[in-house]
Design a protein around this ligand. Structure first.
Ligand code: TMP
Length: 239
């Protein structure tokens, strides 16, 4: 499959067309941003880890009945994916209070939540991805009622599967962000990536943060944390 013209360049990935109109190539970069692009840097080797981790997790989810955009790993940094139009919602699932949830509701980071929380944000950098609810999403025609219901139930199922998977790696899945896409025939499938950029992953034994919060908060050892959590995943696959 040949890379053709660059369709889109985001903060952490590039998307290319291919000679098949139904397939795109994603190319993962080492660039990292935080706070809506205010903080910029690079995390050496991140693109390789995020590509390989996302591909493995999506294959696991596919085996468990979740439709995803993943087709094939092409190289260290590139994956072949199904073409979708991205639903302009960031779908966040939380198991433990952290980040903006802790700030907004005044609860300490690390507090277990009584039930998983699904949050929606409007995927719009100019507006800073504002939080919204189903009524807002419907009123703004970002998705239909049926699509919102499918997205919520898929997000909760993905949470249960990822939580168990990471637990088996000795890693606590605190929260994560998903994006969904719509195929030409109207099906909703999981798109974007699942990686330490988009998840909070804490070492269950020590509580050490093994994700992008090390970059966002200047905690140091950023590359080592990405490598550590990838090694856990690889070790899990060998059992
Ligand atoms: P938050 O606590 O900052 O709202 O983040 C919740 C989760 O979403 C966390 O796992 C990090 C992830 N996330 C992204 O993937 N992209 C973003 O732009 C933001 C703000 C968070």
């Amino acid at each position: 499959m040949e890379k053709q013209e660059l369709l889109y360049e985001g903060k952490a990935k590039k998307v290319y067309r291919t000679d098949d109109p139904q397939l795109y190539i994603i190319d993962y970069k080492d660039d990292a941003t935080a706070f809506n692009g205010l903080k910029k840097g690079t995390i050496g080797g991140k693109g390789i880890i995020n590509n390989q981790m996302s591909n493995r997790l999506m294959q696991m989810l596919e085996r468990e009945g979740i439709p995803t955009h993943f087709v094939q790993e092409l190289s260290e940094r590139q994956a072949l994916v199904r073409k979708v139009s991205i639903v302009p919602l960031e779908v966040i699932v939380r198991n433990i209070a952290a980040g903006s949830f802790s700030k907004r509701y005044g609860v300490v980071e690390g507090m277990a939540l009584e039930t998983p929380v699904v949050e929606l944000s409007y995927k719009n950098d100019a507006l800073g991805d504002p939080l919204l609810n189903d009524d807002h999403a419907l009123a703004l025609k970002l998705a239909t009622r049926q699509e919102l219901d499918i997205i919520r139930s898929m997000a909760l199922k993905i949470n249960a599967l990822l939580q168990q998977f990471w637990a088996e790696c000795g890693v606590t899945l605190v929260d994560f962000k998903l994006e969904f896409g719509k195929t030409d025939d109207g099906r909703i499938i999981l798109a974007d990536e699942i990686s330490p950029d988009t998840c909070r992953l804490w070492d269950t034994a020590t509580g050490k943060k093994l994700d992008k919060d090390r970059f966002r908060r200047d905690l140091g050892d950023v590359e080592a944390a990405y490598e550590e959590v990838m090694n856990r995943l690889v070790a899990h696959a060998q059992h």
